[in-house]
Ligand binder design. Structure first.
Ligand code: GLU
Length: 261
């Protein structure tokens, strides 16, 4: 059994726009790249917890849908069927590096009940001690309220808080948070660091979830606000850049670093 060094515990969240192509097919290039990054970090002694979206997006392909349905029943079915493919893709890639993928499905409500959150904490910690990489997603197939309103950005923050992780990396298809919408303004500037105490939430009027996911820049910033304390930090990074997590760990100037001071 490994002994967990809390300073080395990191949570990585990846969005549906990374795990799934706009065609609904799995983004194998990304799954490959993130698996390799996880392997390299694991070798360096990091304890990694992955929070991955993409079940519903991949379920859409199974049911041949081009847009996300609104009905809860259908969303539950998409999640139940899509999660299998999502986790299998990770498992296949992880095997190339002798990494063990372990699926954990959590509900937001688990965090509100002490006994349940303690169980989740024990279970995830045990997986880490046994050398596995927990891969977490929302338990959407049995949720109603959360399948409409929950998001994995907030879930990743809650997981980070539960495990007292030192860093939370939120990977998306943007380079980080910009001062204005980079899709509409050529002169938009990437914000390299943000003190969450001085951040004006009303300033984010852009960066929605895209067609596949449920989050957006606002949920990322809210996840950061709820997670941050004086000893940890959040990075919003472009998951399409190979090796981006390692660059952030080396404190290179990438993405947006969010801290509390
Ligand atoms: N849990 C959802 C899924 O795997 C994604 C939620 C989100 O986009 O934040 O499809």
């Amino acid at each position: 059994m490994k002994i967990i060094n809390s300073k080395k515990l990191i949570v990585i969240k990846v969005g549906s726009s990374l795990t799934t192509l706009s065609s609904g097919l799995p983004n194998f290039k990304f799954i490959k790249s993130i698996s390799e990054q996880i392997f390299k970090l694991y070798k360096k002694g990091f304890h990694i917890v992955l929070v991955s979206s993409g079940a519903i997006a991949q379920g859409m392909k199974i049911w041949n849908l081009s847009s996300k349905p609104k009905s809860v029943d259908f969303l539950q079915a998409l999640s139940a069927s899509g999660q299998i493919g999502l986790i299998n893709n990770y498992q296949k890639e992880f095997k190339r590096f002798d990494l063990i993928a372990a699926q954990v499905l959590l509900s937001h409500s688990d965090f509100g009940v002490k006994s349940r959150s303690q169980n989740a904490k024990n279970s995830i910690s045990n997986l880490i001690k046994l050398g596995a990489i927990p891969i977490i997603n929302e338990n959407d197939s049995i949720s109603t309220e959360e399948i409409l309103n929950g998001d994995n950005d907030r879930l990743s923050g809650r997981v980070g808080t539960l495990l007292s992780s030192k860093k939370l990396f939120i990977l998306t298809d943007q380079n980080g948070l910009y001062d204005k919408n980079p899709d509409q303004h050529k002169d938009a500037v990437l914000i390299n660091k943000i003190n969450i105490n001085k951040f004006d939430f009303k300033s984010i009027s852009f960066g929605d979830s895209g067609i596949l996911g449920r989050g957006g820049m606002i949920t990322k910033m809210k996840a950061a606000r709820d997670y941050l304390n004086k000893n940890n930090e959040v990075w919003i990074l472009n998951g399409n850049e190979e090796g981006i997590i390692d660059e952030a760990i080396k404190r290179k100037s990438v993405g947006t670093r969010i801290y509390l001071a």
